[in-house]
Design a protein around this ligand. Structure first.
Ligand SMILES: Cc1cc2nc3c(=O)[nH]c(=O)nc-3n(C[C@H](O)[C@H](O)[C@H](O)COP(=O)(O)OP(=O)(O)OC[C@H]3O[C@@H](n4cnc5c(N)ncnc54)[C@H](O)[C@@H]3O)c2cc1C
Length: 351
């Protein structure tokens, strides 16, 4: 297990925020996980004083200052087919595997199903944390189970989908143990491996408007999985800023859901509001539209700004601090609340 002191975190977070970790350990094997549990930092009395941070690819994080607690960087590798039946493929990946590379690898093996989730930055281990989703597919649609270690007790455990409590950009891993969702696991679980169930026969998911457009543009009516993967990559590259060039954490706010009555009230005042009916009868509003309607696109607070091409993405214009990002986020929340009566909920984890 590699232990480093005073580590610059800029290259470990996609916002490119400058901060330092007093101590960082890298976990490359399950033996490293056992060695981690024996460190003085992980003993109960120390843990209570300085909770640790489990770090994947850092693409869903806002770092607001130097991190004094132990940073646990997950580099657990490995991917394999566990089972194939007439009904599907069961595939497993180590938590430190790069998500996009894993998706590309499954397709190359001839196991389709994850193509709509291509090019989402970050690690396999973080994918259940916010139940990543894009282009009509959510992780929970392909999830089988995960292995994790309880950092409070050192005990390994396995969770199935129901036990993960998946919701829209949500799971038990985003809620504290004594929090609103009951048995939350935020800060307590280190996910070591995730398993995916990719069903046969494969069925394309093409309901999303951008994919429909690609189908119309290309004239390819029945695309195969690799074709959808390529379309998703092209759409994402055109829409979203590349974190290597402009620091960002993707969508900064969740799309809020409202009741049909609330939606009707907003439509009466703003007929152009972008909204989608949900299967449960609620209405999802496009957070990017609400932010744009409040005039935020292209605006800045210090070195943090709202991306010119997509108001849902906050960006680092160069040298932004986490404080500037959060001040901008709070100002956006206030103006959206004042105009529409809706409190936007941030998607990234703030540390
Ligand atoms: C350009 C861009 C586009 C994006 N597009 C999307 C999108 O389309 N859909 C979407 O859902 N998200 C999107 N995101 C957000 C992000 O990519 C995902 O949330 C991703 O899963 C984060 O992975 P990570 O490894 O970088 O996690 P990190 O940022 O390192 O961590 C995020 C959280 O997960 C926890 N965590 C990480 N690894 C583990 C582990 N092994 N065990 C326990 N906890 C862990 C961390 O402690 C933290 O709380 C986007 C981000 C960017 C920058």
């Amino acid at each position: 297990m590699l232990v480093e002191n005073n580590v610059a975190l800029q290259r470990y977070n996609s916002f490119g925020i400058q901060a330092r970790a007093l101590r960082m350990v890298r976990l490359r094997s399950l033996d490293d996980v056992q060695a981690l549990l024996k460190l003085p930092d992980m003993q109960p009395q120390q843990r209570d004083m300085a909770p640790h941070l489990v770090l994947g690819g850092g693409s869903n994080l806002v770092i607001t200052g130097d991190i004094r607690s132990l940073v646990i960087k997950i580099d657990l590798a490995g991917r394999r087919l566990l089972d194939e039946t007439p009904k599907g493929w069961l595939v497993e990946a180590g938590a430190g595997e790069n998500w996009h590379d894993f998706v590309a690898w499954t397709l190359a093996q001839g196991w389709p199903g994850l193509e709509n989730l291509a090019l989402i930055p970050g690690s396999v281990g973080a994918s259940p944390v916010q139940n990543i989703g894009a282009y009509g597919v959510e992780l929970q649609d392909r999830f089988h189970s995960l292995d994790a270690i309880d950092l409070r007790t050192g005990e390994p455990f396995t969770l199935n989908a129901a036990q993960c409590g998946f919701g829209y950009r949500d799971s038990v891993f985003k809620h504290p143990p004594a929090g609103d969702k009951g048995l939350g696991l935020a800060g307590c679980a280190l996910i070591t491996a995730v398993r995916f169930w990719l069903p046969k026969p494969w069925k394309p998911v093409l309901g999303y408007l951008d994919l429909e457009r690609k189908r119309a543009e290309t004239g390819v009516d029945a695309p195969h999985a690799q074709q959808i993967f390529d379309w998703v990559c092209a759409i994402r590259r055109a829409k979203l800023p590349d974190p290597v060039v402009i620091g960002n954490a993707g969508s900064f706010f969740k799309n809020p859901t409202v009741s049909p009555e609330q939606c009707a009230d907003i439509i009466a005042r703003d007929p152009k509001v972008v909204h989608y009916p949900m299967p449960d009868g609620s209405i999802k509003l496009a957070a990017g539209w609400l932010i744009d309607a409040c005039g935020w696109k292209g605006k800045s607070v210090g070195n943090a700004g709202v991306y010119e091409k997509q108001a849902l993405v906050l960006v680092n214009r160069g040298g932004a601090t986490g404080g500037e990002v959060m001040t901008l986020a709070k100002a956006i929340q206030t103006s959206v609340y004042e105009r529409f009566g809706i409190l936007l909920e941030p998607e990234p984890v703030v540390v």
